[in-house]
Design a protein around this ligand. Structure first.
Ligand code: ATP
Length: 520
């Protein structure tokens, strides 16, 4: 069944709420913009995503160790990292609608529109010429396509130049030249573009004024940098080695929309890999491939993932690429891989006055290591998983009629509940007692659910909707020969097997090791 992308996204958002994955924060007070709470199934799925990431980093790499640093850090941390001076987004207000936008995003959307015109011309021509169509040739020679393409490329270039030079006036000129209108009101009455710092601040206890001003960390990475030598010394790691961390980050995003894609409070999974200067490009390439493999191991189709090099590099980077995922609203950044040079450690060394050097026994010299980082938003990963797993499909119901089922085809190791134990009917004491016994036996091994309410078909649908990969059904034959059926969520096949085999079968089908083995 094919669903329009806008409908698909809307359906996913309401499915998340209806089935206890994600609720708007403080909903009884009408919610808090771009802040969300994870419900009972949401927290399980999110924990499993974190577990998959953590195991892939820390357990599968002998030279990566984990930490859990505090959210609050000494305020000078953020001066050294560049966040106080440069963690800004260009903001522009529309004077008529009073709506606030990120200037760079307005321009990017305008570029996407121009690009869409190119694609439309190509599609039209493909239809017209049929099998004879040579797309590459058409793109190189068709005057209209060339004109649009040139405009898109030039605009992209101008945007990149303005962003790297912090040229707010230039962005304002681009908005005017592209004749961009407010998407809500259609008005072109814009304010000047100005910088807006994205860090949230708060005040420390009894220290008044600037001295006591603390920031909620906008990224987890700095907790790793300031602990670099502590970790290296206490674990006796030798370069190259990495430090991994999962934790909350906070950004006062100007435009927060698209559900959990852009939140003001979110979670990051970051790993900083410390390397000998001059070797960073080798590790950059290595981590690019490793991280793509981690995504592909989940069974995500390769066409839904792509690399996108950064057009304008951040102040600390000498190479950077995003892994983009095709969300229902298009390809967007899911993860970043950045070669951060020695920028962070050098700045901390300078501002703190403490040496942050590593003694390399092989070279017999001290140096500040270079860093390659991988940084992924846990919530974005959650949304990517949901977008890929959410399926509406037509299946035969109990009477053999077509029925629509909504199923979350999550990779079994990530599913919130691995196995549901269902007595065929509710009011047969010997069936329910047997089913409860199986549930009690299995629950210590993996997350299980016992459910006896409603007809069996409805109970299967409920488990499909939360992505439970296996359902064990206890029926009258169970009482005779000690076998149950095991229903597969995706194929709908039901296998009969002895009760004693269920534990091992489900364990082997839902084991995280399956993913870790494929992740490389
Ligand atoms: P964007 O360009 O989308 O604002 P970014 O380039 O600022 O993202 P990074 O600073 O590289 O993002 O952060 C690393 C990862 O953290 C991103 O790839 C994304 O998955 C996640 N992330 C960043 N900002 C948010 C947010 N506001 N809400 C949810 N996840 C986020």
């Amino acid at each position: 069944m094919s669903v329009q992308p806008e409908d698909l996204f809307r359906n996913i958002v309401s499915h998340c709420k209806e089935y206890g994955f994600i609720y708007p924060s403080s909903e009884i007070y009408d919610g808090l913009s771009a802040v969300y709470d994870y419900g009972p199934y949401g927290v399980e799925l999110k924990n499993n995503i974190k577990d998959y990431w953590w195991q892939a980093m820390v357990r599968m790499h002998e030279n990566i160790v984990g930490i859990d640093a505090a959210i609050f850090m000494h305020p000078r941390t953020w001066k050294a990292s560049g966040h106080v001076d440069a963690f800004n987004d260009p903001l522009v207000d529309n004077k008529d609608s009073k709506k606030r936008y990120r200037a760079d995003q307005l321009i990017e959307e305008a570029i996407e529109k121009i690009q869409a015109k190119v694609d439309k011309e190509v599609d039209k021509a493909a239809k017209r010429f049929g099998d004879q169509f040579d797309e590459a040739m058409f793109r190189q020679t068709n005057p209209r396509v060339l004109e649009y393409q040139q405009k898109a490329d030039e605009t992209e270039q101008r945007l990149a130049t303005c962003m790297s030079a912090n040229d707010m006036e230039g962005l304002g000129r681009l908005i005017a030249d592209l004749d961009i209108a407010d998407p809500v009101s259609g008005s072109r009455n814009w304010t000047e573009v100005r910088q807006f710092n994205l860090m949230f601040s708060t005040q420390m206890g009894n220290i008044a004024g600037e001295e006591g001003k603390l920031y909620l960390r906008p990224e987890t990475a700095q907790g790793i940098f300031v602990n670099f030598l502590n970790v290296q010394k206490t674990t006796r790691q030798k370069i190259p080695f990495g430090i991994a961390q999962i934790g909350k980050a906070f950004r006062n995003e100007i435009v927060a929309r698209q559900f959990i894609f852009r939140m003001r409070e979110f979670e990051q999974m970051e790993m900083q890999f410390f390397v000998r200067p001059g070797t960073e490009m080798d590790f950059y390439r290595y981590w690019k491939e490793q991280r793509m493999q981690w995504h592909l191991a989940l069974g995500t189709p390769p066409g839904k993932l792509r690399f996108k090099d950064h057009d304008n590099l951040a102040h600390y980077a000498n190479a950077a690429v995003d892994i983009q995922f095709e969300f229902p609203f298009g390809f967007r950044e899911l993860e970043g891989i950045h070669s951060r040079t020695d920028f962070d450690l050098s700045s901390h060394q300078e501002l703190s006055g403490r040496k942050l050097q590593y003694f390399d026994p092989e070279l017999n010299e001290n140096y500040i290591p270079y860093v390659v980082e991988t940084s992924i938003g846990c919530d974005r990963m959650f949304l990517a998983m949901m977008s890929h797993a959410y399926t509406e499909e037509t299946v035969p119901d109990a009477e053999g009629q077509d029925a629509i089922r909504t199923v979350l085809k999550l990779p079994p190791p990530l599913a919130p509940v691995k196995c549901a134990i269902l007595p065929l009917v509710k009011n047969k004491e010997d069936l329910t007692a047997k089913a409860r016994g199986i549930f009690d036996q299995l629950k210590a091994h993996f997350p299980c659910q016992y459910d006896e309410k409603d007809a069996i078909g409805r109970r299967y649908r409920r488990q499909d909707a939360i992505g439970t990969p296996y359902c064990v059904t206890v029926d009258f034959q169970t009482l005779d020969d000690g076998t149950v059926t095991l229903r597969d969520r995706d194929t709908l096949r039901q296998d009969r097997l002895p009760v004693a085999e269920v534990e091992n079968r489900v364990k082997s089908l839902t084991n995280m090791a399956l993913l870790l083995g494929r992740a490389g």
